[in-house]
Design a protein around this ligand. Structure first.
Ligand SMILES: NC(=O)c1ccc[n+]([C@@H]2O[C@H](COP(=O)([O-])OP(=O)(O)OC[C@H]3O[C@@H](n4cnc5c(N)ncnc54)[C@H](O)[C@@H]3O)[C@@H](O)[C@H]2O)c1
Length: 404
């Protein structure tokens, strides 16, 4: 494909995340085109297709992967459908960007991994945090310090906010959400996890500890019992006579790292038809701005009645009125966690025939393996050893006789 020519995307799924992230990224991009959009609900399909000028629209995902005018397929539906759709797209010779989790078991991840190699197509898993500007700074700091590193990571939500059609997101949080953090830690450490132990008081109120093959360690507090008033993610890292703190990808603070600024703040992410004043405000005031926005948002969710009953349509209507025009963006999407950059980079690399820097099927498999082992650790009340050979291609090529 000549450099600079348009890249035509086939997008499968236009739910809560997809319509606010990847479809808007395509809409804003100079190079990406929404060639073919599919989702089950015809009314929603038509609305989103019209708004983002989809060339074609279909209620059947098979139409997208079979469309000869689609260059790259983006898969963003409920996770249990990821394996079938992703493998079918690869078989049709399409590069695939698939949302997390890659699949719900390591075995299913492995089947996708094999398919990508057999078909010779690049595949990216939507671990977008790798592409957040804040992560790039952290990666450089981890690299400068070298191993071992010790990390504490908190990621918490108030899951009362999920309406009935989002209930699948309340299943095992390790698989639905913490896969992002399993991937981020392996990426920052440049190491493989070798052992995991998890305990849970209330369901999805979980403490996880991980050990890595370069001596690094991490402790993750994952909870759906938190509050939107608090920034969603916080990380602390002890390096070598140096330390680093990160708040929700809007602010990184360093201590004892001579070549890094003491405080770095990052702009927020803009959305269509939203009040985007947070974009600059985050760049200027960082954590203070994020905290103020989250507390305002949480107050609106409380006062509208949405947190008391998110299944009641009248509460969402009241919220829309209370937000005013233009409304605030969805609060967990206000920071720039790399969603747009991850998708744009993958499409451009896939079309240029270069190797994308995105998370691969191996990375997707590793994260799913951590989530599944973490759940097993909770059930068996003990640590679980992880074996990186189960997601290492060298292992399955030799033991299963598969070819790339
Ligand atoms: N990277 C991130 O930060 C992030 C954040 C949220 C969600 N996600 C991922 O994005 C994907 C979509 O999330 P969402 O919030 O848009 O979900 P959603 O629940 O709002 O929408 C689900 C979508 O799946 C489709 N679907 C459900 N059953 C189907 C079926 N049988 N056949 C065809 N389509 C079907 C629905 O039509 C809908 O488009 C998921 O994989 C999720 O894990 C990623």
């Amino acid at each position: 494909m000549p450099a600079g020519s348009k890249i035509r995307l086939g997008v499968i799924g236009c739910g809560q995340f997809m319509s606010q992230q990847h479809i808007q990224t395509i809409g804003r991009s100079d190079r990406l085109v929404l060639q073919h959009l599919a989702t089950r609900n015809p009314e929603k399909l038509q609305r989103v297709a019209n708004r983002y000028d989809a060339v074609r629209a279909s209620t059947r995902w098979q139409e997208v992967i079979g469309d000869p005018e689609v260059d790259v397929v983006v898969v963003g539906v409920v996770p249990h459908l990821h394996p079938e759709i992703t493998q079918a797209a690869l078989e049709h010779g399409k590069p695939v960007y698939v949302e997390k989790p890659l699949a719900e078991t390591p075995q299913l991840c492995l089947a996708i991994q094999r398919k990508a190699w057999q078909c010779g197509q690049p595949l990216a898993v939507g671990f977008n945090r790798r592409f957040a500007p804040a992560t790039e700074m952290m990666r450089q700091a981890f690299h400068a310090a070298g191993p071992p590193c010790t990390v504490f990571y908190r990621i918490s939500d108030d899951d009362r906010v999920r309406p009935p059609d989002q209930q699948w997101k309340l299943e095992c949080r390790l698989l639905i959400e913490i896969v992002h953090i399993f991937d981020l830690l392996a990426y920052l450490f440049g190491a493989e996890p070798v052992r995991i132990e998890a305990t849970e008081g209330r369901f999805n109120d979980t403490l996880v500890t991980l050990e890595y093959d370069n001596g690094s360690r991490a402790s993750i507090l994952s909870s759906s019992w938190g509050t939107m008033a608090q920034p969603k993610e916080h990380m602390e890292a002890i390096l070598d006579r140096a330390a680093l703190e990160m708040d929700d990808y809007v602010e990184v603070r360093t201590y004892g790292l001579a070549d890094f600024p003491a405080v770095q703040r990052f702009a927020g992410r803009p959305y269509d038809q939203c009040d985007n004043s947070h974009v600059e405000d985050f760049a200027r005031r960082g954590l203070d701005a994020l905290r103020a926005l989250r507390q305002r948002y949480n107050r609106l969710m409380l006062d509208s009645g949405v947190l008391a009953d998110s299944g009641e349509a009248a509460n969402w209507e009241r919220l829309a009125e209370m937000m005013g025009q233009p409304p605030l963006p969805q609060i967990n999407y206000a920071a720039d966690k790399g969603w747009g950059a991850a998708l744009e980079h993958f499409c451009q690399a896939a079309m240029a025939g270069t190797t994308p820097r995105n998370a691969t099927a191996i990375d997707g498999n590793r994260s799913t393996a951590c989530a599944v082992a973490g759940r097993r650790s909770i059930e068996t009340r003990g640590p679980i050893d992880l074996d990186s050979r189960t997601w290492d291609p060298e292992n399955w090529v030799s033991s299963k006789g598969a070819s790339r």
